[in-house]
Design a protein around this ligand. Sequence first.
Ligand code: THU
Length: 131
Amino acid sequence: MTKQALCAAAQAMLERSYAPYSHFPVGAALECADGSVFTGCNIENAAFSPSICAERTAVAKAVSEGHRDFVRIAIAGSTEQFCPPCGMCRQVLAEFAGDRLEVLLVNRRGQIRETTLGELLPLRFGSGNLE
Ligand code: THU
């Protein structure tokens, strides 16, 4: 899938977002090595803590369907600013992806900023630290 198509898939998820408290819709599209794509949106909760981000929704869908080989994720915000993944989502992505995971941030205007998980989460804690 092209970068533009993956970003479009993430943007399409903005309308599925359930964000009645923050009014901050986020969409995500996670691409796996075999080309399969899993999408997600943020899903908030009146108790706040049970809310889940768009990225982790997509990761949960992928892993629960037997896919762990992530190569790229697009994250769509609905504002002028890019929506970088929160710390918890970075850590969850790092469980299944290496530093080279491509992270595409797309803003309301469709502009794309490219980064990597290695840039977003240097000196990560991982399974190798559990000696
Ligand atoms: N949010 C995401 O879905 N992904 C992020 O990486 C940043 C934040 C959501 C969580 C919450 O529903 C709303 O955006 C405001 O924080």
